[in-house]
Design a binder for this molecule. Structure first.
Ligand SMILES: *Cc1c(COP(=O)(O)O)cnc(C)c1O
Length: 359
């Protein structure tokens, strides 16, 4: 078996969820598990997420997969429905829908459902992605109020820059959301992980943590452990070759890495075909036998090269960690010019998934 494996730790997820609940005491939690639980095999995490009040996904396909896998909670579709015939399925299976667009209001106006739905009216308070501007939102609210298909309306909005505590836009977003929601007396939800961690005044009735459940800090310059979070995924593999390289010799595609002295190079079974970022440059940290080492040259589809200059005893079969336990994905992401979210979601189907502590 090729050793490329994502080791998922359900105990870490459980811990991170309880940390989210502790930080947002009094708020209920929508555990965000879209994109297959940020690449962590959402269906297999359901027992660890039992304490979440709801689950949050992007679309009905994801919700159906979770229901089929035994999810007991109600599930929020955060992009709402795309076609009217999804609404009866939502009503039947306990899915709640975001409503961010006039077409979705019309679908609800025309729907005849056996059981009315909970609609989360999405307000655009400044991100300019999804949602109604506050004035239009009040009009949509009145329309939804008149829909027999709608049992209850809640308000949601999304932060653009909650991860940057200095950004004045967040205060303005909070002000607009409060100004719109105040008089309606409905339940509200604003916070993603960054909002939950950095903007306690915006917790409201529901929070929607995603990335923090997986042990990642969304806050600029910080890592999960800085926030008392435990990384839930360790991406690991093994060395499949070790070779001597002489001073001046070059390594990998394009020969971009050149030995400045006689040294040893380890080849690990992990590449961009597994979701390891091709843009990770020479020097990106990895762990070999739990000790720091660094990428040497370009990442290939199935392999990457590691400078073993600091580990003369390393040999074929030795374990390599690409991120996770002992090496924050945030650090690797920063070196590769991306964010940990993208690394986690990008792990491909070829990588074995192993649940730690679960047979
Ligand atoms: C993905 C998402 C979240 C979770 O965001 P994190 O930054 O991962 O915590 C919350 N709300 C909405 C609407 C989302 O799309």
């Amino acid at each position: 078996m090729r050793p490329a494996t994502a080791v998922i730790d359900p105990a870490a997820i459980r811990h991170n969820l309880s940390e989210a609940k502790r930080r947002a005491a009094g708020a209920r939690v929508v555990a965000v598990v879209k994109a297959n639980g940020y690449g962590h095999s959402a269906a297999r995490l359901l027992p660890a997420l039992r304490a979440a009040d709801m689950l949050g996904v992007a679309c009905i396909e994801e919700a159906l997969a979770l229901r089929e896998a035994g999810a007991v909670q109600r599930i929020l579709l955060m992009e709402g429905v795309f076609e009217p015939d999804e609404l009866p399925v939502c009503a039947r299976l306990g899915f709640e829908v975001a409503v961010h667009e006039p077409g979705q209001v019309r679908m609800l106006e025309q729907a005849r459902l056996e059981r009315p739905l909970i609609a989360w009216l999405k307000l655009d308070t400044g991100m300019n992605r999804l949602g109604f501007r506050p004035e239009a939102g009040l009009e949509a609210y009145r329309q939804l109020k008149g829909c027999p298909a709608v049992a209850e309306i809640r308000l949601m909005s999304h932060f653009a820059s909650a991860d940057e505590p200095e950004d004045p836009g967040t205060r303005e977003q909070i002000r607009r959301f409060a100004a719109t929601g105040e008089d309606l007396g409905v339940q509200r939800s604003f916070c993603n992980s960054a909002g939950l961690l950095a903007w306690p005044q915006a917790h409201a009735e529901w929070v929607r943590p995603g990335v923090m459940l997986y042990g990642i800090s969304p806050l600029a310059g910080r890592t999960g452990p800085d926030e008392e979070l435990r990384p839930a995924m360790t991406l690991r593999t093994g060395l499949i070759a070790v070779k001597e390289v002489r001073h001046g010799e070059r390594v990998g595609y394009g020969g971009t890495w050149q030995a400045t002295a006689d040294t040893r190079i380890g080849i690990a079974a992990m590449g961009y075909g597994d979701g390891y970022p091709r843009h990770a440059p020479t020097g990106t940290p990895v762990l070999v036998n739990g000790r720091p080492a660094a990428l040497a040259g370009r990442v290939s589809m199935d392999m990457l090269a590691i400078d073993l200059g600091s580990q003369p005893e390393a040999k074929v079969g030795d374990p390599v960690v690409l991120w996770g336990d002992g090496l924050p994905a945030e650090t690797v992401a920063a070196r590769a010019g991306t964010i940990a979210y993208e690394l986690l979601c990008g792990v491909t189907g070829r990588v074995h998934v192993e649940l730690q502590g679960v047979e």
